[in-house]
Ligand binder design. Structure first.
Ligand SMILES: [Zn+2]
Length: 304
């Protein structure tokens, strides 16, 4: 395989990313493909409910599966128990929380400047890391922008994918070493530049772990948005009203607005960020005069 160096032509840089093709989201071994197959099997077996309350009543605690993850299982368990209500967690219809540090998620948008096919790739961390070691700083910085930390599968709840049925689905939290935000924390960069300056209210030694735990909260927030906020129009209207009034809650949520061709706010992303803040930097929203946002979410979910 070609090894990247500063003076190679773009054509050769392209060759360097061929290893990604093995880890396409539709590859048999990709976690996404496996989850998709499982969903199809569940539907074939007649699982899932057309009535949300029935699906909710059948819910049990999510299974937590850990593989090479930087935060211990004890800490994850304590975090969930401390901040979330058990019945609220069931509202997200989460069947499994996969904390999988052995996978790097890459999401390449169209027209990315790395000449890689736009798509999602689930790359084994070991292989990613050996490529990482060969890339120069500039390539690393570019790649980092496309590394995702987590994934909630609740957006599969649609007429097309789940036949409109409410069905248990997993959350995947992946490797936390190569994305822009985790690198900014580890490398002690200006956090504001990376949309995560809320972490400044925490002691330096706690920031990384709270950021990773916050990513879990963020993904739980997405499941709640799918099933509780979005499905109840009057609730969603109220939520949007707060975001329109106060603006994006974090620089990270602002990035979604900036990247959107129509420059509209991403209300779902803001909700996920609010859940992150309330469980990891609880004073941040109130300090910034956004207590109404906290009160609104607490009127629905018992977040501590
Ligand atoms: Zn998100």
């Amino acid at each position: 395989m070609e090894i990247l160096s500063h003076n190679q032509e773009p054509e050769k840089i392209q060759l360097n990313f061929e290893f990604l093709n093995k880890y396409h989201r539709n590859d048999e071994n990709s976690p996404l493909k496996k989850n998709w197959k499982k969903l199809k099997k569940q539907l074939e077996n007649g699982e899932g409910e057309t009535d949300y309350l029935k699906a909710y009543e059948k819910m049990t605690d999510p299974e937590i599966v850990m593989n090479d993850f930087p935060v211990s299982g004890d800490k994850i368990g304590m975090f969930l128990v401390r901040h979330f209500d058990r019945d609220d967690l069931k509202m997200g219809l989460i069947d499994r929380i996969d904390l999988d540090g052995s996978t790097v998620i890459l999401m390449l948008p169209k027209d990315n400047d790395l000449h890689i096919d736009a798509d999602q790739y689930f790359v084994p961390s070991e292989e990613f890391s050996s490529m990482w070691d060969r890339w120069d700083r500039d390539t690393r910085d570019k790649i980092s922008q496309f590394v995702h930390r987590g994934h909630s599968q609740s957006h599969w709840y649609t007429e097309k994918y789940t036949e409109g049925k409410f069905i248990r689905m997993p959350i995947l939290i992946s490797n936390q070493n190569y994305d822009v935000q985790n690198r900014a924390i580890v490398e002690n960069k200006d956090l504001k530049e990376f949309g995560i300056d809320y972490l400044e209210e925490l002691p330096i030694e706690q920031r990384r772990e709270q950021y990773i735990l916050g990513t879990l909260s963020h993904e739980i927030g997405h499941t709640w948005y799918t099933y509780i906020i979005e499905r109840n129009p009057s609730v969603e209207v109220e939520w949007k009203k707060y975001i329109d009034k106060y603006g994006n809650l974090t620089g990270y949520a602002q990035m979604y607005e900036d990247r959107n061709p129509n420059h509209t706010k991403d209300y779902n992303e803001n909700f996920a960020e609010a859940v992150r803040l309330m469980t990891t930097c609880p004073k941040y929203l109130e300090k910034n005069g956004k207590k109404e946002v906290v009160d609104f979410i607490k009127s629905i979910f018992d977040i501590k």
